[in-house]
Design a protein around this ligand. Structure first.
Ligand SMILES: NC(=O)c1ccc[n+]([C@@H]2O[C@H](COP(=O)([O-])OP(=O)(O)OC[C@H]3O[C@@H](n4cnc5c(N)ncnc54)[C@H](O)[C@@H]3O)[C@@H](O)[C@H]2O)c1
Length: 265
């Protein structure tokens, strides 16, 4: 992306930067990976779904950009370490980390088993923690960077039933965001979270069952002031571009809702 207005490129462009995106195979991660590539970044797509991640990377390369796909199971600490080791062979540095990979299977609170809870925690929180550790080590060495965590409005306000375990993992991400932001500000590493409301991704639509009282706009019609609708993944991607780019150079430790006003309703 090259704008006719040079100041806009300086503010919102990602030319010369490398962005690591977990969960880049589909949905919000995929839309953001594409936007970052369009903004000039070299992109590493880390995902358990290697076929879709490779499809994204091949599409970028076919247009002259640089992108790599690396298989990573975020729930497996050995796999996360191996993915970052492989990353070091592929890309020279990490300027941006977008932690987007997560799962959100709904489950009635009384039937959640310890194994189910452990799996959610392993992928949605422990894996994000580990990716963040890997990124800050590299960012410290190269003078800074931007980390963006995809949290959820459900971390602050209940919006979906059978979702306690998911809301907990996202609340933990908010604490990770603010604590790491404070500890690494002196290294010029900014850490922020985006809290989407309902976003019309295939996975989200599938997670709302037929007959569910919350079907339709994910967080119920009338509870989303801006048009009673779900967001398009692009509306989350553009907020991520702001946080990845120089436009947000003085912004850190923030939990930014992109929710059509759900949290204020
Ligand atoms: N869609 C929504 O309504 C919504 C709302 C709030 C927050 N979010 C968050 O946005 C993010 C993306 O959600 P989405 O709706 O685009 O879903 P999605 O399923 O399309 O995207 C999730 C991605 O994570 C990958 N993934 C899953 N398990 C993995 C693992 N173990 N290791 C590595 N990668 C793994 C998937 O392959 C997929 O590419 C998630 O963090 C989700 O919690 C979504």
């Amino acid at each position: 992306m090259t704008s006719a207005v040079p100041q806009l490129d300086r503010l919102f462009g990602l030319q010369g930067r490398t962005a690591v995106i977990t969960g880049a195979a589909t949905g919000i991660g995929r839309a953001t990976a594409q936007l970052f590539a369009d903004a000039g970044a070299q992109v590493a797509a880390l995902d358990i779904n290697i076929d879709k991640a490779e499809e994204f990377a091949a599409g970028v390369r076919s247009k002259g950009g640089k992108a790599v796909a690396i298989r990573m199971d975020q729930g497996d600490p050995t796999a996360v370490a191996a993915a970052f080791a492989r990353l070091d062979e592929e890309l020279p540095r990490v300027d941006v980390l977008l932690n987007c990979a997560a799962i959100y299977p709904r489950c009635n609170f009384e039937t959640v088993t310890p194994e189910f809870l452990d799996r959610m925690y392993a992928i949605n929180f422990r894996g994000v923690f580990q990716c963040t550790q890997e990124a800050v080590k590299r960012m410290k060495a190269t003078g800074g960077g931007s980390i963006i965590n995809i949290s959820s409005v459900t971390s602050l306000k209940a919006g979906i039933y059978d979702n306690v375990q998911y809301a907990m993992t996202k609340a933990a991400l908010n604490a990770l965001t603010q604590s790491v932001a404070l500890e690494y500000a002196e290294h010029n590493i900014r850490v922020n979270a985006i809290l989407p409301g309902g976003v019309a991704t295939e996975a989200a639509v599938a997670s709302v069952q037929v007959g569910d009282p919350l079907r339709g706009p994910f967080l119920q019609p009338g509870r989303v002031p801006l048009g009673s609708r779900n967001a398009d993944p692009q509306e989350i991607a553009s907020a991520c571009l702001y946080l990845a780019s120089g436009a947000s150079s003085f912004v850190t430790g923030q939990l930014i809702a992109v929710d059509g006003g759900f949290l204020i309703s």
